[in-house]
Design a protein around this ligand. Sequence first.
Ligand code: NAG
Ligand code: NAG
Ligand code: NAG
Ligand code: NAG
Length: 324
Amino acid sequence: MKMFSVRFILLILCMFFSRSLSKLERLKHPVTKSDGSLDILVVGDWGRQGGFNQSLVAQQMGLVGEQLDIDYVISVGDNFYDDGLKNDTDPAFESSFSHIYTHPSLQKKWYSVLGNHDYRGNVSAQLSHVLTQKDERWICRRSFVLFSGMVEFFFVDTTPFVEEYFTDPEDHTYDWSNVLPKDRYISNLLHDLDSALNKSRATWKFVVGHHGIKTAGEHGPTQELIDQLLPILERNKVDVYMNGHDHCLQHIGSERGIQFLTSGGGSKAWRGVILPVDPKELKLYYDGQGFMSLHITRSKTKFIYYDVSGNVLHQFTLSKTFGH
Ligand SMILES: *[C@@H]1O[C@H](CO)[C@@H](O)[C@H](O)[C@H]1NC(C)=O
Ligand SMILES: *[C@@H]1O[C@H](CO)[C@@H](O)[C@H](O)[C@H]1NC(C)=O
Ligand SMILES: *[C@@H]1O[C@H](CO)[C@@H](O)[C@H](O)[C@H]1NC(C)=O
Ligand SMILES: *[C@@H]1O[C@H](CO)[C@@H](O)[C@H](O)[C@H]1NC(C)=O
């Protein structure tokens, strides 16, 4: 009897801790502007030691960042090419990040997810606090929630969803430590995301991942995300899903429903490919370098897309109506 109750208590404790450990980490970024608004830049697919116009994009991000007085930057992954970081002393951290995004306006937090190329290196190095000690802007996690006034960003680690990286990795090796068994990793992640979205009382719910759900870029839509992630985003009425992976800038969406944004123009681009998508939904497809900005208020969010020279390619606004 006594033995039984000890085991029972241990079992309950284990269940409690395994659940609470798998909860999404919650970070907070305060709103500091007196009108309560937030300004953010979004860039992806960048880390090439300045090459393929990474430095030019960085320069324009600096100018736009200054003009908008940005609060922080979001990176949608593929932070270090071709194969992530080797360890936490890998000089690519400086040559592709610290020494590239040097403009004073970009000396803000960078909230980052991992892309498939980051998984080809040493993932724990890229997630290491040692990097944040070297450059306090750097905040990279697998999946997390960022609270910021009227908006919550839900960052999702999308690389482990893609079957092909496990079954047909070609010449690449992926660092799956802390991911296997994959099915459990994904079901925990989806469960935690669903419950975080459900609990959220934020005016705006924006989801960030590396891989695309709706995209006309050469990689095309990620079927695993359509099957497993999209139903959760739809059920919880998220406003926007944004990603990189395709090296281009895109806006796909209908009048109502989720807007799908790609900001994968941080360096190498110009693939010259456009896959068919519903022409009524395709608002922007730009197969070149650039980045995006968000201006968020309680009632409106304005999205602007810029090319490598800082020219505005496209912009749109989402509105909230507060009915009674
Ligand atoms: C860099 O951008 C310029 C436009 O400023 C473009 O002409 C050139 O092809 C780009 N280079 C690469 C490598 O993408
Ligand atoms: C980090 O990786 C590089 C390249 O593989 C290697 O030369 C270096 O010794 C490593 N540093 C540490 C601290 O392991
Ligand atoms: C990965 O990086 C971590 C942190 O730098 C280091 O401790 C570990 O040895 C690295 N692993 C490999 C396989 O190099
Ligand atoms: C949120 O959770 C509540 C309580 O568990 C549930 O009734 C509701 O259907 C959930 N909403 C969504 C959108 O899943």
